[in-house]
Design a protein. Structure first.
Length: 175
């Protein structure tokens, strides 16, 4: 008799498991799919957060230096060592650096050879402070743009004015 009870009990357990599996089976596939999609979304969010961090670093590097007011421009300390290091950082010759700042090459030479803080005009100081935040590529791009821009023909205008003066003198002496 004990065998029949055990066999009956085992059969009932098997049938109960099968019925339970049949009842749960329709929910199994969608649950597995949801788990996969949740894992994929987590991976995508992590990748996007990583990209956002990288982009923030890039944007922070591209931001121009804070606009300098007259007070901050006056407080900025310009030294010969700073001029040399800025020029070398931008990978420019003295003449190119001078053109970028709007001074002569001789002025840049004098700045780099000087001792202590430099005394420069406010417009020049502003130009130097403006290029402190740029890189070598941007400096080369600005130089190329400045070289492409048409320049006023000052020497030709002076020659023309000189010739006209000479004519007016000659005309007045004949009269």
């Amino acid at each position: 008799m004990p065998n029949i009870a055990k066999v009956l009990k085992d059969e009932m357990a098997r049938i109960a498991r099968r019925e339970a599996n049949n009842a749960v089976a329709p929910a199994r596939k969608p649950a597995a799919g949801l788990k996969r999609s949740a894992a994929e979304l987590k991976r995508r969010v992590a990748a996007l957060e990583k990209e956002v961090r990288w982009l923030r670093k890039m944007v922070a590097g591209l931001r121009p230096a804070a606009p300098t007011s007259d007070a901050t421009a006056a407080k900025a300390r310009l030294t010969a060592k700073g001029m040399r290091s800025l020029r070398r950082k931008l990978r420019l010759t003295g003449q190119e650096f001078a053109q970028l700042v709007g001074v002569t090459g001789q002025a840049v030479y004098a700045w780099e050879k000087a001792d202590g803080p430099l005394k420069v005009r406010s417009r020049t100081r502003a130009a130097i402070l403006a290029i402190r935040g740029i890189g070598a590529r941007e400096a080369k791009r600005r130089l190329a743009a400045a070289n492409d821009a048409p320049r006023p023909a000052k020497a030709a205008a002076r020659r023309k004015a000189g010739k006209q003066k000479g004519r007016s003198r000659a005309a007045s002496s004949k009269a």
